[in-house]
Design a protein around this ligand. Sequence first.
Ligand code: ARG
Length: 458
Amino acid sequence: MKLWAGRFSKETDDRVNSFNSSLSFDKRMYAHDILGSTAHAKMLAATGIISDDDLKKITDGLKGILSDIESGRLTMDNDAEDVHMFIEAELTKRVGDAGKRLHTARSRNDQVAVDIRLYLRDEIDEMTALLKELVGVIIKKAKEHADTIMPGYTHLQRAQPITFGHHLMAYASMLMRDMERLSECKKRMNVLPLGSCALAGTTYPIDRQMTKELLGFDSVCSNSLDGVSDRDFCIELASVISIAMMHLSRFSEEIILWCSWEFKFIELDDGFSTGSSIMPQKKNADVTELIRGKTGRAYGDLNTLLSMMKGLPLAYNKDMQEDKEAIFDAVDTFKECLVTFIPMLDTMTVIKENMRSAAARGFINATDLADYLTKKGVPFRDAYKISGSLVAYCIKNNTVLENLSLETLREYCDKFDGDVFDAISLETCVNARTSEGGPSPASVIKQISLAEDFIKNY
Ligand code: ARG
C-alpha cells in the first residue's frame, strides 16, 4: 500500500512502480538520509512541533535502522519508491505513530535536496584527499627529477630543453587548481535546503537555523522554490570533475606516449601494465587509456545533468531524479581513476638516458644559440636566421649544433667565439632558465616548495 493511498482508488501498475523507483541507485544515501531526518526531528521537538517522547522514539529507531543496514541485517528492498520512503516506512514499522510524525513540515523534495548535498559534501572531501595524495606523489617524483633533462615540446615537436621535474610540476599546478575548484564548489553546496518543504515553505514554526547548525551547513537556502529545484551544485561538481578528468587524461596521454618504443622515457611497473593475448612482446598502458576513455564518460554525466535541467519549470519535477545516477557516476569514476593512477605514477621508472638523448637530438638549443649571438650585439631577428641556417646545415650533414667546429660557425657569423659551446650545452640551456616558473632545477625546487605549502593547508 502506498503512502498516498488515501487519494487513489487503484494500486500503481507494477511497470510504473519499477520505472519510478530510484531505490536501486539512491540507497547509497541511507546514512545521509538518516542524518538529515535526525536533525529534522530534533528541530521539530525543540520547536514543540513533536513531543520529546516522539523524538526519542524517532532517533532510537533511526539509529537502529542505520546499524541494521550497516551490519547487513536490514536489506533495502526494491518495492519502496526511494531511500526516503524506505527508511520512513521501516521507521514506522519499528516505532509506530512517532515514525509517521517525522515527515511533518518536510517534503521529499527538500529531503532529497538535503541528502544529496550531505552525500556529495563527504564525497568532495574524499576526492580532495585523493587529489592531495596525487599532488604529493608528483612532488616526490619532481624532487627526484628536478635536474633530469628532457625535451620540452610544442606541436609535439621538440622545442626547448626542460627538466622532467618541471614537466611534472605543470600537472601539480593543474591539480591544485582542481582542489581549489572542489573547495569553491563545496562552499556553494553547503547551504541547507531543508525547510523549503514541497516548494512553499510551511506554516509550522520551524527553526531552519537550528537544523543548519545541527547539519554543519554554512547558511540556509534563502528561497524555498530555489531550495527544492536547484541542482546547480551537481552541475558545478560534474564540471569540476570534468576539468580534473581532462587533466588526468592529458597526463595519461603523455604517459602512453612516453611508454612507447618511440619515446621510452618511462616504464610502468608490471603491476600497472597489461599484456596482449596474442603479441608476446606487448606491455600496454591500459590504465591510462581507460582514464582517457572515462574522461568522455565524465563529460557525458555533465551533459546529462545540463540537458536534464535546461527546460524545467520551477519547482521540483520528477526529471530531477535523474540527477543521481549522473553525478554518482561522475564521482565514482573520478575516484576510481585517482585510486589507480596514484600508485601507477608512484611506481613508474623514469629512463633518464632516453630523455637526455632525445633532448640532445632535435636542435632544442637553437633558441639559445640565437640568444648567444643576441647577447654579442647581433639583433635577435638576424641571430634567429643565422641559427636557423646552422640547423639546416646540421640536418644536411647529419650532425648537431654543439658538434660544429668554431670555424664552421664563423662562416655564418663572425661573432661566434669559443664560449659558444658552453652556452649551448643542454645543462647551460636548462640551468640558465631561472625565470620564475621556469625549468631550471632552482626554479623547480621553488615550485615544489610552493606546492608543498599549498597542500599543507588541505
Ligand atoms: N526519488 C525522488 C528524487 O530522487 C525524491 C523526490 C520525490 N519527490 C516527489 N514529489 N516525487 O528526486
